[in-house]
Design a protein around this ligand. Structure first.
Ligand code: ADP
Length: 486
């Protein structure tokens, strides 16, 4: 099958979140299965042109009433021959930031920028004389590609092309003034018929959901949850309408990077058979974070964007968050790596100054994130919602027991502890509030001190889990086949 991935992010070129990892890993896995895969994305300012190959000739992109000229650069995904095509348009992408910058988190011309991406998909295929069986678009910024396929392009060389649209996080929808609508290149009657209309504004994600042949999201539970008002961010109705075409496929883990037996970023590698060596990492983590060095005290790790989605208000909210009480009442240590909302960064620093067993690193730090996974005994992730989540899977593979809320991918990957039988792979809470976090952490710490044999067995069970991309890629192929049959 020929598959074209349309995306606003892909590692190693541009990343703000899990989308970037997922797109690249999926593309490479599909190629390994024998498919012909290509990726198209914008050439942002930060992507160094001198390392890319410039394709000859400019490429015209029609933006409603006007025509703009773009360049096309080419590279490939690491360890593969998957080509990546970069759409170059200085005025739109020649600036810092993918969707925005700290002072302007959503550029006001984003509907224009990502209309260019959507339109460029079809021009690029014509330029390359390469016509995919599947156009696979990801999140709102790429949503225009399946919409244009359905309403403008499905004839000639694209007559047999089907589309798949993946929702990585329904909280981001791309909602703008309808005055930008002409840039999409669609006729005004498509404002309604393609599903753009959203309280008189235009909503890219909604129209993508409405128009694509098949829909996926990144875990089976999240696929069910987004059809409910609580999690659907106002799009639950349209998702129920498209329910028969929606599949949840769990993201995989890049086990070349996240594998305790080969991890180059941790002081001591280990396997399930040599799990006692994990303690070396714990001691190193305690030293590095300036905590009391003591193997017998359980360490709880947290690595997160400091955003409401992750349950940080219930954990760190000044005066009511549970972290202060947990660290005051229980014999444990807590290590938090994160960056994000300013109030939360301030609160973390304040907690670290008041509590001897609470330490934090504010910022993004890849190697510390590996040390925390390897050196902690528990990993806390009480998300409000979690489309898939990666850290709970890393934790399982590293023998670090996850303490999670039962939502999205967390519900699909972590099996709750049963203290009668000792089964399970982690500790699961149903509700998100300070006391349920407090109680569930308390339960885990109780098991640490009193049910060591259960804790040890759970660790080994988690380390045996398989979260490779190969299984996910096979599930995507099934969705592609069903899209082509539609
Ligand atoms: P999301 O994409 O919603 O942020 P995921 O769990 O799917 O959540 O992916 C987050 C990824 O980013 C994980 O690999 C996590 O380890 C990493 N990460 C988040 N914050 C930091 C940080 N401050 N330093 C290092 N890695 C981080």
């Amino acid at each position: 099958m020929k598959i074209l991935m349309v995306t606003s992010e892909a590692v190693p070129f541009a990343k703000t979140g899990g989308l970037a990892d997922a797109v690249s890993a999926l593309a490479v896995s599909l190629e390994k299965l024998g498919h012909e895969v290509a990726v198209v994305m914008p050439r942002y300012y930060r992507i160094d042109r001198s390392r890319l190959e410039l394709l000859p000739g400019p490429m015209a992109v029609h933006l409603g009433g006007q025509e703009i000229w773009t360049g096309v650069y080419k590279s490939s995904l690491p360890d593969s021959s998957v080509p990546v095509y970069f759409i170059d348009h200085e005025q739109s992408f020649g600036r810092d930031g993918i969707y925005g910058v700290p002072g302007e988190t959503d550029f006001n011309d984003n509907p224009v920028r990502f209309s260019i991406l959507g339109q460029a998909v079809f021009q690029l295929c014509r330029k390359l004389h390469w016509f995919p069986d599947i156009i696979h678009a990801h999140d709102w910024a790429s949503a225009l590609a399946p919409i244009l396929l359905k309403f403008n392009e499905r004839h000639g060389e694209f007559a047999g092309t089907a589309s798949v649209f993946t929702i990585h996080n329904i909280g981001y929808q791309g909602v703008y003034s309808k005055h930008f609508f002409p840039y999409t290149g669609l006729a005004w009657d498509n404002f309604y018929s393609a599903g753009f209309e959203d309280w008189d504004r235009m909503n890219f994600l909604k129209a993508g959901i409405f128009s694509a042949d098949k829909l996926t999201t990144v875990s089976p539970t999240y696929a069910r949850e987004i059809q409910m008002p609580e999690y659907g961010f106002r799009l639950d109705g349209i998702l129920r309408f498209r329910s028969g075409d929606l599949t949840g496929i769990l993201n995989g883990v890049d086990t070349d990077i996240w594998n305790p037996s080969t991890d180059k970023l941790i002081p001591q590698t280990y396997t399930a058979k040599t799990i006692s060596k994990k303690a070396v990492n714990k001691i190193e983590l305690q030293k590095r974070m300036n905590l009391a060095v003591d193997e017998s005290i359980p360490v709880i790790g947290i690595i997160t964007r400091l955003a409401d989605q992750k349950g940080v208000s219930e954990l760190f909210g000044p005066a009511y968050g549970s972290a202060y009480q947990i660290c005051s009442d229980m014999k444990l240590q807590m290590v938090v790596l994160g960056s994000g909302e300013a109030w939360c960064e301030n609160e973390l620093s304040s907690l670290a100054s008041r509590l001897p067993n609470f330490r934090t690193y504010i910022g993004f730090n890849e190697s510390l994130s590996h040390l925390i996974e390897a050196g902690s005994d528990f990993f806390l992730m009480p998300s409000r919602y979690e489309p898939c989540g990666l850290n709970q899977m890393y934790s399982l593979l590293y023998g670090t027991l996850p303490i999670v809320r039962r939502t999205g991918g967390l519900a699909d990957t972590v099996e709750n502890y049963n203290e009668q039988t000792g089964t399970g792979t982690g500790f699961v809470m149903d509700n998100l509030n300070p006391s349920s976090i407090y109680n569930t952490v308390g339960w885990a710490i109780y098991a640490w001190y009193n049910k060591k044999e259960h804790i040890n067995a759970m660790r080994l069970r988690g380390m045996e889990k398989k979260f490779g991309w190969d299984t996910s890629a096979l599930n995507y192929v099934k969705v592609y086949e069903s899209a082509l049959k539609k």
